[in-house]
Structure formats: C-alpha cells, structure tokens
Design a protein around this ligand. Structure first.
Ligand code: ATP
Ligand code: MG
Length: 226
C-alpha cells in the first residue's frame, strides 16, 4: 500500500519546472515563460521559423543561461549549480537531441554508442537498434551513414544513457514521414516505459498531436493549444 502511494505521489511531482523565463538578443525574444513537465509527459512546442523555439529549448536543457527566470530540476535552479554538478546532470539525466548531432566522426557507429554506455554505466540495447533500423550499419564509420541514419544513431546514443528528460529539436527533420513516425514512437515508448519526460520542438502537426500537450511560441509568449 505504502509503495503504491509513493509511486503515485512520485508521478505527480514535476520533473522540470520552468519559471518566468525571459530572454532577448538585440530585441526581446520571449517574456515570462512558464511550463511544467511531469513524469511520462510529452510536450510539443510549435511556432513559425525564427520565433525562438530552439533558443527556448537551449535554455530549458541548460545550454543557454536566460536573462531572467529559473529552471528547477531536483528541487534546484540548474543555473545556480556548480559547473561540475551541471555537467553531471547534462551527461546523465538530460538527453539532448538536436539537429546538429555531434557524433564522433573518427569512430564507427558501435563506438559512438559505447561511449554513451561507458559514461553512464548502461548497456547498449540491441532491440533499440533494431527498432531504429540501424542494427545493420553499426560497424560502418559515421561518415558512411546517411543523414537519416546518423540522426537515428544520435537518438540511439541519447537513449542508451537512459535520460530522465529528453529535449529534442526537430529530431526527425532528416527523415521521411514513415521513418519519422517510427522513430517518434521509439521516443514516446521510451518516455512511458522509463518514467521520463520529453519536450519536443517540431514542425510536424501529426507528431505534435501525439504529445500530451502542445504550446505555440508566438509574440514572445507560449500559448497552450492542447
Ligand atoms: N546566439 C544568437 N545571437 C543573436 N541572435 C540569435 C542567436 N540565436 C538565435 N538568434 C535569433 O533569435 C531568433 C530565434 O531563433 P531560433 O533559432 O530560436 O528560432 P526557431 O524558432 O528555432 O526557428 P526555426 O524554426 O527556423 O528553427 C532568430 O531571429 C535568430 O536569428
Ligand atoms: Mg530551430
């Protein structure tokens, strides 16, 4: 009984709390953005090109410090953490999937995954590679993979770390529609099965609709669409 109560209450706590984020370059980009992410929840952020989606995701995942506001993870504002603690969260708890996917070019696909498994003490899941349809290219060098294969390898590498939160910026941008839905299903299944959460930037309506919530970044604000 006690255990099930604990499990329920842990589902209700926020994985990530975004409070009053404002940021500007030469002009205000957004003001007072608030958002919460729960375990097993997926959130899509949509908006026209240049509205600031990537910048916002960079702030959410700690890569860019906003001009004001807080991001609370594990009860702490990540921008107040020491460099060492922040790096450890980025390495172990946050899975960052961006369009420029920083694979190690001098290594083959297997070696790129082994790095993630070594850094986080997790094993490479061969079923994951089958689901992403890259199991047959694992001995090829990164330069010998197609753009879409590289993108799926970078997704496999992120999932191998077993992250608590996935931040994905158009993760299926290089993929045809069928493959893109299959890859997104791998990400959605991961979130549900591992009690994780995901914040996703996408231009694809069909993918956004599969998320629990959808927000549009428009005129400096996040509007809730779903
Ligand atoms: N480091 C930077 N310095 C100055 N301006 C920047 C910087 N990064 C982004 N911008 C500007 O901020 C605005 C938002 O850029 P961002 O990349 O966040 O948009 P986006 O919504 O992700 O667009 P897209 O859908 O095309 O990817 C753009 O006008 C961009 O030029
Ligand atoms: Mg962008």
């Amino acid at each position: 009984m006690k255990n099930s109560n604990q499990a329920n209450s842990s589902l209700n706590t926020y994985l990530l709390e975004i409070k009053n984020i404002s940021h500007n370059f030469d002009y205000p980009l957004f003001e007072n953005i608030n958002l919460t992410l729960k375990k097993q929840q997926t959130i899509a952020i949509v908006g026209i090109s240049g509205s600031g989606k990537s910048t916002l995701l960079n702030i959410f995942c700690s890569l860019l410090k906003p001009h004001s506001g807080e991001i609370i993870y594990n009860k702490q504002n990540i921008f107040n953490l020491s460099k060492k603690n922040l790096l450890s969260i980025r390495r172990k708890d946050f899975g960052i999937i961006f369009q420029a996917h920083y694979l190690f070019r001098g290594f083959d696909a297997n070696e790129n995954l082994e790095i993630a498994s070594l850094l986080t003490n997790n094993t490479v899941d061969s079923r994951l590679l089958e689901k992403l349809k890259i199991d047959h290219v694992m001995t090829q060098g990164v330069g010998e993979l197609s753009g879409g294969q590289q993108q799926r390898l970078s997704i496999a590498r992120v999932l191998t770390k077993k992250p608590k939160i996935i931040f994905a910026d158009e993760p299926t941008g290089n993929l045809d529609k069928k493959t893109s839905i299959e890859v997104m299903d791998v990400l959605f299944d991961y979130v549900k099965q591992n009690n994780a959460g995901m914040i996703l930037v996408t231009h694809e309506q069909e993918i956004a609709q599969k998320c629990d919530k959808i927000y549009r970044l428009n005129e400096n604000k996040l509007e809730e669409l779903k």
